[in-house]
Each structure stands twice: as structure tokens, then as C-alpha cells.
Design a protein around this ligand. Sequence first.
Ligand SMILES: [Zn+2]
Length: 434
Amino acid sequence: MERLNRKETNIILHSEEVSKYPELLIFMGQFRDKGIKKNDISSADEKSKEYISEFGGAILNNARHEYNFTNEVKSDRDDYQCQLCNQKNLKSLYLIENMKNESKFWVGSSCIKEFGFEKKTTDLVNVALEMKFNKEFPQYNKLLNIERHPIVIPNTLISRLKKTQELLKQGKKEFIKSKGKNMENCLINESKIENIKKEIQEYVEKNINNDWVVNTEVIEWYELLDKKTKLKRSIGKIIARLKEDGHFKSDELHPITEKNHRFKIREKFRRLSNSNEYNFILDDSNNMYVRSKVKRIVFDIDETALYALYADKIYSNEKFEIESELLKIIEINKSIDNLEKFFKECKGAYHIESFIVSDNKLFVDADENYLYELDLKKTLSVMKSTNSIISFRNSNKTSKKFKKDKFNDYVDSLNTYRSRIIINKQKGIKYGKA
Ligand SMILES: [Zn+2]
């Protein structure tokens, strides 16, 4: 090398490498903080002259390898001075440390590259600044968190929170971009975020016991619904509105089939006053049924239709009675026990011979030689309001008549006929010994 600038001289002088060359150490010591010019080298002793001109580059390189970037940053003032080049009025300094002898340099960002680190200077600086930020602002990640609440927080609140969180993120970027300045913005947004979170907490406390506030599970349930289902497509708009507002409207109660939401509505029906003709009951698998109080007949019910029918009453929490309009949306439950009980108690029961659920058939005595074969489902659908087999038989002119002889042949040959549920034995029909 023909000359060594001030920075190079300092890097070599603070290294272990230079101690291998005692003459050079003595010679260079005179130029600490100055740099060594061409003329200075020519007046040096022979060995130092040789070291610098022949091996200067290698010595500098070895010296550089002893230094490490520590990730420490100083940025609280605007008048720092670089210890490598003496430049003044720097806004931030970075600590470089010699790993072999612990000598340290606080340097400006442009002098970092003098140490020949493999990583780009901007990367080194950014990591160091980010670490400084994390140390000075440890609450950062917690502030960016959106806590899960049991009820849906209206969009007005949530979007304010998200917007302020974005500003905080922006603040961190500015901190890094400005090399460790503008922490004030982050502190301002910190208190804003804390205030909004407090508002959210107050909202939760105030609304959590409201009957028709939207529980978070409803939204989670909706997110998990298969996109292809009709339900998912049909309730998209309602869900969007619920997120906006956080509260159900009366006509939005019934389309949501999330189980906790349904449970809440079911409970309202189950607690209806005792004067009702019908009870609402749950089976072991949590399916809801309706049961008539007097005869204990069980009906299947379409819950969505039920909730739609009584939406306003349920919503306003007024007391009401379930009456005959319920018949429109219930069907007699087709369990064998229930059908047996129902048929035995209906008007004209003695005409009913038997029924087969799997074949959807009901056999009713017509006269000496014939049976009627009725469609079980259709018959039940009429009978649920009339409670009478007679009125159905009389009104149903198209009922299929069936010769008892032929019926007896079927009983012999068909398993389903043999295993039918018999309500009343009829004259002219063969029955087994049992
Ligand atoms: Zn410098």
C-alpha cells in the first residue's frame, strides 16, 4: 500500500494483528487518528516500509476480520461523533467490537463498511435498529394483538383498532428508517391502542349478557362452512351485517344454525309457559322435538321454520303460547312407539289394521273383503291436525283398495308384511299363532 487513511490506521492499530510486527506498531503509533501519507512511509524504518508497502493490504484485511458488529445502537442525541473518522453531528452510532482484544469503536453508519463485514451495511443497521426498538418498546407485539372476545366487536371499533395498529407498525418502520428516531409517534399510538382496547373491553362487559348480541362462535362457524353449501351462500350478507353491528335483528335469528346460537333459542322454547299445548324436548343426541302435552305424541320439527314463525315474539322476549299454527311445521315422528301410540289414540282407531314404516304403508279395514292401502306419510300429514283416521278415509277417494285374500298371500310371501306393526286384528286377515 502507498498510504493508509485515518480509518485504516485506526483499524490496524486497535487489532491484535499489528502486535505481530513490533516495529510497525511503534511506527504507526505516531499516526494514531491521523493516517499515514506517502512521504511518511518513505521516512519509515526499513521493516515498517516493507510491511506497509508489501503486506499492508493483507495486514489490514486480517485486522478487519477481528471485528464484529454488536447490534448495539445509540440514537438518543443528534450530535454524536464517529470514533473512526471523527465526523460530527451524527444522529446515531453503532458499536463495533474487536473480538480478540475487546477494543471498541462507536461509528456512524457509513463507517461500518470499513470493517469489511460480509452482510450489507443496511441489513446490519436495520437489524440493530430493530433490536433497539424491541428493547425500548417491548409491548409492541402485544399492542398489535387482537384479543379474542366471546362476542363480536362491531366493525367501527375493530377497524379503529386495526387502523391505529397500522400506524404503530408504520411508526416502527419510521424508527428504523430514521435510524432510531421518532419513537414519540409509537408512544402516541400506544396510548391510542390502549384506549381502544379499553373501549372494547367496556363494550364486552356491557353487552355480553344481551340476548341477541352475536357470539364469536357464530362467525367462526360461518368461516368453517363449506363454500359450496347453499347455507354458506345464503347467509353471507347476514354475517357481514352481524360483524358490522354485533347484534342480531329478529329476522336474522332463524337462518343461523350454529349450535350455541340455536341452543340459546331452543332454551326460550323449552321454557315456554306450562299452559301451552306443546312441550319442546331434547333427545340424548340433542335433537329437538315437540310433544303434545295431553297425548304425549312426539312430532319432528323444522327448527328453522319454528324460529322464523315466532321470530318477533322470541326476539322481543314477550310471553307467548304455541298454538295450532305450529301444526304447519311439525310432522308426527315416525318411530314405531310413537306411531303405535298415535294410531291407538286417534278417532276410528279400530279401523287401522297395521302400518309399515319402511314401505310407507298404512292398512285400514274397508269392509268384509277389502283393506285400504294408504300412503303413511300423506295420511299422517292430514291426521296430525284431525286426529282421525275416519275423516281421512272418507275424504280420500283415491285410496287403493286391496283384496284381503291377496293381502293374505303377501303376508305368506313377504317379510315386510309379516313384520308389520299390527294395531287391530281385522276379520278376514290371517295372523300367525303368536
Ligand atoms: Zn466515521
